[in-house]
Design a protein around this ligand. Structure first.
Ligand code: SIN
Length: 293
């Protein structure tokens, strides 16, 4: 099979950088590019400062981190999230009773849809999209229900220099209207009069790592500002397909009581609804973010 890139070498040359060894956690990478499983941490307890610094670093170095066998109450889940900033309120999705910051993630035999079935970065239509999302899975199907994560650093790095120069300074409109209107009606959630809409750079700079990441996704990005409609559609189609290249991905196989914590500023994700009629259920705490630049 011929390479799409011809003889230009690997699509993406990963620079692992230099990482000091971890002292308070054990870290096993899922791929060289994205994802790491962390052990030696109890998320239900207050986390000592040095261990918290290492969790922050593990997230910055791997973009999505995973924990197994956690036993958290809703309050402990929320408290873990608050270590990373203010919590974000979802503009549409249902939440656990009495906990507006605890989003319900659930699909079962009666569902007409499942959360996160298409590639997206959470609520990128917000003026200040969430920094990260912490999903705690309580019930898993016998097989399937994996979540895929893709590195938007890698997608950016894989662009040609000419394409990087073309995209620099461009902005795009992200709109929640199509994603949210009517989406939760069968769960008894009434629609809001309007859903968030925002303009963000096509290439954003991560505020912690300083690295550039592609920031357009099929879920929310509608058009690139200032381009003719057909050109915008063609460029967005190219960028979204590039973002979905399996080369930039890891795939997480859930067990009951696993936790995934992804950084929406440099990661897109997609949940697989391949387990109908079985049930997959958990809760998501989402950490607020700032205006992309
Ligand atoms: C989501 O937060 O987009 C859902 C992810 C999942 O259910 O795996």
């Amino acid at each position: 099979m011929t390479s799409l890139r011809g003889n230009n070498g690997p699509r993406y040359r990963h620079d692992p950088g230099t990482s000091a060894p971890y002292e308070t956690i054990r870290l096993d990478k899922l791929t060289p590019i994205i994802g790491a499983e962390i052990s030696g941490v109890n998320l239900a307890e207050p986390i000592p400062n040095h261990q918290m610094e290492e969790i922050h670093r593990a997230l910055a170095e791997n973009s999505v981190i995973f924990f197994r066998d956690q036993d958290m109450t809703p309050e402990q889940h929320l408290a873990f999230g608050r270590n990373f900033g203010k919590l974000h309120l979802h503009p549409a999705a249902p939440h656990a009773p009495g906990h507006p910051e605890l989003m319900i993630i659930k699909a079962d035999a009666n569902s007409t849809r499942a959360n996160g079935e298409g590639w997206h970065s959470d609520v990128s239509c917000d003026e200040e999209p969430p920094m990260g999302s912490i999903l705690y899975m309580k019930q898993t199907p016998p097989h399937g229900g994996d979540t895929l994560f893709a590195s938007m650093y890698a997608a950016y790095e894989a662009l040609s220099d000419r394409m990087k120069a073309y995209l620099e300074g461009l902005t795009a409109i992200h709109d929640g209207e199509d994603a949210y209107r009517g989406t939760y009606a069968n769960l008894g959630v009434a629609d809001k009069p309007v859903y968030p809409r925002a303009e963000h750079p096509v290439i954003r700079t991560h505020p912690v790592t300083g690295k550039k990441a592609l920031f357009v996704n099929r879920g929310f990005t509608k058009r690139i500002v200032g381009l003719p409609r057909d050109e915008s559609a063609a460029i967005l189609s190219y960028l979204c397909s590039l973002a979905e290249d399996p080369l930039f991905q890891c795939r997480f196989r859930w067990q009951a009581n696993s936790v995934a914590f992804w950084d929406n500023r440099c990661v897109q994700h997609r949940a697989m609804w391949d387990y109908w009629p079985h049930t997959r259920a958990g809760f998501r705490v989402t950490v607020a973010g700032d205006k992309p630049y």
